[in-house]
Unconditional design. Sequence first.
Length: 266
Amino acid sequence: MYRFLLSRRWLITLLIALLLIPATIRLGFWQLHRHEARVDRNELIAQALTAGPVPFDTLSTAPGFAVPKDLTWRPVTATGQYDPAHEFVVRKRTDSSGDKIGYFVVTPLVLADGGGTVLVNRGWVPSASSAAEYPTVPAAPAGQVTLTGRLRADEAASGSVKDRAGLPDRQFTLISSTQQAKESGAALLGGYLELTATEPAAPADQPELLPEPNHSDIGPHMAYAIQWWLFTAMIPVGFAVMARREAKDRRKEAAEAEGPAVAVPA
């Protein structure tokens, strides 16, 4: 009764099942690797955040310096004076809750020791009434200040982020020391500082400081991996159930075709 498995329809079904099994196994391992990468990233961030702060210019040593992953989020300090003339905002950024769209305020800090200039992300401000208008930005503290923050790498353009062309004056889509060095001609150290504290203390009306990155969420990737592997196990089981049901239906149809037995008179 299982000779129907040699039919074209069932051979195609079997072929699809055989192709799905390695595909779903591979998808499961893909999600597992994403889980492992997320865990490694969280551990790297946690280690960086708990390290002692060091001067910014001891890590970012030159213009165009590419901040490596193991230094990203590292606490850093910088002493100097803000350069408000070259301040700019970065569009389409959310506040700490992630609910409101606004701008990051980025102000260069000229280092006191003459070691160059550092971009400082001073925090978030809400959008203006019009996207073409420059938002209301609290003035950066005057005089010499000592800042503490997190070392960040330059943001790189992606397929969804376009260059500055067409944007209003002093509005950008990325925080990039390389881009700003071309705009201002200043010797900007690579990367930037994400502000967490100012000494002397800044006025209360300063931009909203950014929170630490979430390094405890491991995401759903492990659950997705298990789901794919469960689906892998279900493929042969499902094929067997379908074949068994088909055989049962064929036996029933054959029995009905024979009809009831007719009694022969003696």
